[in-house]
Design a protein around this ligand. Structure first.
Ligand SMILES: Cc1ncc(COP(=O)(O)O)c(C=O)c1O
Length: 395
């Protein structure tokens, strides 16, 4: 049997690679796991009760229509209308098996091998991987100094082969959040070039404001340009139920459904039921969880304020902090390995999110409590002691 070279050339999941490092741990100190971004609490009680009832229902295991449960699509469209004070119709919503699948289906419906898609740096590794797996060329948009990408800079990376611009806000891995005016400016550029603006809004509920993340849905013509992608994984603490959504023009959704039919027939019903129950019953619960994450961002920012061990917090938002390590000139993968082996601390190297090494790591705040965040700063201090003394530091 011969394997397809395009797939063989791709990297393995960086999350799996990071957790494999744990085998090299020498000490027996408690592990601080700031690697994967997953909620560490169970779903809301009414969601769990609805899942149990669905499992007992004679039809609870049936397929649903390809686009997803009608009542979930309606409930989600209603939530978006309210959250964005805009216009979203259930015909514009397709439920997918998570936001990753949403991205893959949309890109496959928009682009052919040889086409280009713009990713803002640092990118979410699965976006880059999916493009490359399909022979689509990722082109990279450098962010500004605050790690926020700008529409002015994107013009120079758009070519006649460009099919879409992809933005994640709040960002994974940087946490950087693009403001409403910035997002609007990107939509204008995309519209002018006749390409899609794909917004991955996985972390929209984990911002420091309840104001709409952007005004694009108030434009009756939004679906000519915007493709808005969503995840219920973090919002409802159901990552393993695999449920997300595409919000886009019915013409694009029709193409997406051809792909969805082939890969999954429909998103898992049990996940869709959980998402529906979450949308209609867990509003206050969701707000409380978002406040918990906001607390973690504040504690983390405070713990990093004096640059422990020379580690510098460059940006923080959503579930993440993006931190520059002090070992200039040393491979970040090596620094991350040492953090695991010698300091029992797991983060993801920034190289998983970039085409090159920029001396940064991603810290996920969702998995740990306040004490662990303080402990983390202490371990960075310990790890950086050598760097502050000039050991391992480059120019
Ligand atoms: C930016 C971004 N998009 C998509 C996903 C995947 O979400 P889902 O679990 O809904 O597939 C994640 C999860 O970490 C993410 O960070």
């Amino acid at each position: 049997m011969r394997l397809g070279p395009r797939t063989v050339r791709q990297i393995d999941s960086p999350i799996g690679t990071a957790y494999a490092l744990l085998d090299q741990r020498a000490g027996d100190r408690e592990l601080l796991d700031l690697a994967q971004a997953v909620p560490r609490y169970p779903a809301a009680d009414p969601v769990i009760e609805h899942i149990v009832a669905t499992a007992r229902d004679a039809h609870g295991g049936d397929y649903v229509e390809i686009a997803g449960l009608a009542r979930l699509r309606e409930a989600f469209a209603a939530e978006l209308r309210q959250a964005y004070r805009g216009q979203v119709h259930e015909d514009q919503v397709v439920i997918t098996a998570g936001c990753n699948q949403a991205f893959c289906l949309v890109v496959s419906a928009l682009a052919e091998p040889g086409d280009e898609v713009v990713l803002a740096l640092p990118y979410y590794f699965n976006h880059d991987m999916w493009l490359r797996l399909n022979g689509i060329v990722p082109t990279y948009l450098e962010p500004g100094p605050d790690l926020v990408p700008t529409a002015e800079a994107v013009e120079s990376v758009i070519t006649p082969r460009t099919r879409a611009i992809v933005l994640i806000t709040p960002g994974n891995p940087s946490g950087a959040t693009i403001g409403p005016a910035g997002i609007t400016a990107f939509a204008e550029v995309a519209r002018r070039h006749g390409i899609a603006l794909i917004l991955d809004e996985t972390y929209r509920s984990f911002r420091d404001t309840d104001e709409p993340a952007h005004p694009l849905f108030t434009d009756p013509d939004w679906s000519r340009t915007l493709v808005s992608l969503h995840s219920f994984s973090k919002d409802l603490a159901i990552p393993g139920y695999r449920v997300g959504a595409i919000v886009a023009a019915p013409e694009l959704n029709r193409e997406v459904m051809k792909l969805l039919d082939c890969v999954a027939i429909c998103a898992p019903r049990i996940g869709q039921e959980a998402a529906w129950a979450g949308l209609v019953t867990a509003h206050e619960w969701r707000r409380a969880r978002a406040r918990d994450i906001a607390d973690k961002r504040r504690w983390f920012t405070a713990a990093m304020a004096d640059r422990p061990g020379g580690f510098e917090l460059l940006s923080c938002g959503g579930f993440f902090g993006w931190v520059r390590h002090p070992f200039a000139g040393r491979a970040t993968d090596d620094v991350v390995r040492e953090l695991v082996v010698a300091h029992d601390t797991l983060v993801i190297p920034g190289t998983a999110f970039l085409p090159d090494d920029r001396g940064a790591v991603r810290v996920s705040l969702s998995n740990v409590d306040r004490a662990a965040l303080t402990d983390f700063a202490g371990r960075l201090r310990e790890a950086g002691a050598g760097a502050e003394a000039g050991i391992g530091a480059g120019q």
